[in-house]
Ligand binder design. Structure first.
Ligand code: NAD
Length: 472
């Protein structure tokens, strides 16, 4: 990996500046957008189960208030520091703007290794952190809404909700203070697979663009495309799964212990079962082994989806990448050096900032569900089914033909919560892809899709600031 002379936040600022020259906004507005509006550093003590007292370092950053609430995950990691949380909060502002989620960017972090604490201690840390946020008005359905991130999940979100509710008795919208909750606590169906499904919808839209496929020398559509995925976790597994369902060939899969390749396609669920049984992805029947996991990135394929870690493609291996399209499932899998090399090679890099926005998009749907206090589909599902049944009966009577059972079932079906969530996500990803591509098409000097995505975000945030004016 190539070392970079810039901090993470400075790299985000550099990408912003690279895109800002393709906009017409006043320098003052651009500066206001770039800065983090509020940075809150907290230190608080916890008493561990063995009686020792430890001081915990933690952060919450609200990057932009052009729309409220602010939104962004909370990570538990020893690598947490103020610069990282600021950078991630800024990226959330731009990500939300691109996918038209009406939130400002936020992010939180607690500097701990969660594996070193018992569940009881983690609960105490999470609850105390939430209490610190409450004290300074850094959490609430209308102010700032955290979500899971690295090292946290639905369990921690339920503790946050409970702490917030305990300190705001009777607040009717309290469930909207955090997203990524268990479904039984106001979470939404479809959140688990949302990021991988969003990656699929975004890339499918790109593959349906005639001009883009012609430039890359690839046929239209995702069916038959050869896909290679790094990381079989939440994002990687679900991305691969939806490509598989759409008729693509999953030719390569990589985990930290190695990688496997089969040009005729791998059976994804059989690979997952094999890994569960043997503890390794390697030695899957019919596949070629690669002991060095990183080699998977250089395999022959049409679409490469790095969905594990950051900085996996750098100046050293970028020249050897054969994929024509790279879909960034992970956050920051390419270094700036790799970006430049791949742009020169004509590889299309579909950027993380919007491609992995499925999670925050569905979090927005969860927040809307919490404010409306009703499950999606509850009011209209039966009504739709009754209406469809009536229409089908009329059609059969008029045509004198009976529909096949599976057709009848498909047409009859009224939307469940997961159907509506997926439909909303599909619409969001298609619209965002088209908006970014249009910006790129209209300005041939924009060097890559990432810069076009930043231009898209800057224009939306700046329009908000310009329309709202400056208080007082
Ligand atoms: P995860 O922990 O579920 O999965 C990561 C997978 O990568 C694991 O299976 C791990 O074993 C594997 N891995 C680790 N090192 C590897 C290596 N060297 N080579 C190959 N595989 C390796 O995490 P996730 O939630 O899928 O997140 C993955 C990436 O996507 C992260 O960058 C995350 O920030 C980003 N992301 C996740 C979401 C989400 O909703 N989960 C949303 C946006 C972005």
């Amino acid at each position: 990996m190539s070392a970079t002379p810039y901090s993470f936040f400075q790299s985000v600022e550099r990408s912003f500046d690279k895109a800002a020259i393709f906009t017409n906004w006043d320098a003052g507005i651009l500066e206001q957008i770039k800065q983090c509006n509020s940075v809150y550093q907290m230190r608080f003590p916890i008493k561990r189960e063995d009686g020792t007292i430890e001081t915990i370092e933690s952060y919450r950053v609200q990057h932009s208030h052009h729309k409220t609430p602010c939104k962004g995950g909370i990570r538990f990691s020893l690598a947490v520091n103020q610069d990282e949380v600021m950078a991630l909060a800024a990226l959330m502002t731009y990500k939300c703007a691109i996918v038209n989620v009406p939130f400002g960017g936020g992010k939180g972090g607690i500097k701990i290794d969660p594996r070193k604490y018992t569940a009881y201690e983690l609960e105490k840390i999470t609850r105390r952190y939430t209490a610190e946020l409450i004290k300074k008005n850094f959490i609430g359905p209308g102010t700032d809404v955290p979500a899971p991130d690295y090292g946290t999940g639905a369990r921690e979100m339920a503790w946050i909700l409970d702490t917030y509710s305990a300190m705001h008795p009777g607040e009717i919208d309290a469930a909207g203070c955090v997203t990524g909750k268990p479904v039984s606590q106001g979470g939404v169906r479809g959140r688990t697979e949302a990021t991988g499904l969003g990656v699929f919808y975004g890339l499918r839209e790109v593959c349906n663009m005639e001009k883009v496929m012609k430039r890359l020398g690839l046929p239209l559509g995702v069916a038959g495309k050869r896909v290679c995925v790094q990381g079989l976790g939440n994002v990687g597994y679900h991305s691969a799964l939806f490509f598989h369902h759409a008729g693509s060939k999953i030719v390569g899969l990589a985990e930290y212990e190695g990688a496997i390749y089969n040009m005729d396609g791998l059976d994804l669920d059989a690979v997952v079962a094999h890994r569960k049984a043997t503890g390794s992805i390697l030695n899957f029947p019919g596949a070629t082994n690669f002991e060095k996991s990183g080699e998977a990135l250089e395999m022959d394929c049409d679409i490469l989806i790095p969905a594990a870690l950051e900085n996996v493609i750098d100046g050293e291996n970028a020249p050897r990448i054969k994929a024509k399209i790279i879909g960034e499932g992970a956050n920051g899998p390419l270094t700036p050096d790799a970006d430049e090399i791949l742009a020169r090679k004509g590889t299309l890099v579909v950027p993380d900032m919007y491609l992995n926005a499925g999670g925050v998009t569905v979090s927005y749907f969860e927040w809307l569900k919490n404010l409306s206090h009703v499950r999606y589909g509850r009011m209209e599902k039966r009504f739709t089914e009754n209406m469809n049944q009536h229409i089908m009966g009329q059609m059969e009577e008029l045509s004198g033909k009976k529909m096949r059972a599976e057709e009848r079932e498909f047409i009859m079906h009224g939307a469940d919560e997961v159907d509506l969530v997926r439909s909303g996500l599909e619409e969001t990803m298609i619209t965002a892809t088209r908006e970014i591509m249009e910006i790129w098409d209209n300005n041939p000097n924009i060097p890559d899709m990432r810069t076009a995505a930043y231009v898209c975000a800057i224009n939306k945030v700046a329009t908000s600031y310009a329309e709202l004016g400056i208080f007082p």
